[in-house]
Design a protein around this ligand. Structure first.
Ligand SMILES: [Zn+2]
Length: 185
């Protein structure tokens, strides 16, 4: 297993519409395992394949998003070729973050409830409902498979502020990485 690099915005891969998964084979299961290790390493609750530069309609979600603390130690949910079957008219505004915008949090309006049809890593079709954080996490990750990111959902002003903060954070991360490289020489 390997921890993969999570691509920061504005990497062009984050604007790509991912292709369908067609082969449910060992290679796919290896990608899922690597993504799970990457998400754990980054302490995230969701990760889409496009965020690690893989052109497949595949995402993983921590059960924490659905069950809170009780879900933390349960196996992740694997969603392959997911489709939104239904979403509620009722929406809710809540805080959202993204591993491609580390340290940036914005308020995003999303449906309160969704129903999704997807396949698991063995190719079995299943349906699942998400509510609140669960719905938010699913929709955020499905967006990634369409090349959509969270700042696309907010006003021009909020987007500008979020991007400014993101650029500042990225500069600080790069400076820290340079410093670490200098020290290790
Ligand atoms: Zn994200």
């Amino acid at each position: 297993m390997a921890v993969l690099d999570v691509l920061p915005y504005p990497n062009p891969f984050l604007r790509k519409r991912a292709g369908d998964v067609e082969d449910f084979d060992d290679r796919l299961r290896q990608i899922v395992a690597d993504m799970e290790e990457t998400m754990a390493d980054e302490d995230g609750i969701g990760l889409a394949a496009t965020q690690v530069g893989i052109d497949l309609r595949l995402l993983i979600l921590s059960r924490y998003a659905f069950e809170g603390e009780a879900g933390k130690d349960k196996p992740n949910l694997v969603m392959i070729n997911p489709e939104i079957v239904w979403e509620s008219d009722e929406t809710v505004v809540g805080e959202e973050g993204c591993l491609s915008f580390p340290g940036v949090f914005i308020q995003v309006e999303r449906p309160q409830k969704v129903r999704i049809r997807a396949r698991d890593a063995d190719g079995e079709t299943y349906e699942i409902e998400g509510e609140g954080l669960g719905a938010r996490a699913i929709l955020h990750e499905i967006d990634h498979l369409e090349g959509v990111v969270m700042i696309d959902h907010v006003s021009h002003l909020t987007r500008k502020r979020a991007l400014k903060k993101h650029q500042r954070n990225q500069k600080a991360l790069q400076a820290r990485a340079r410093e670490d490289a200098r020290k290790s020489r």
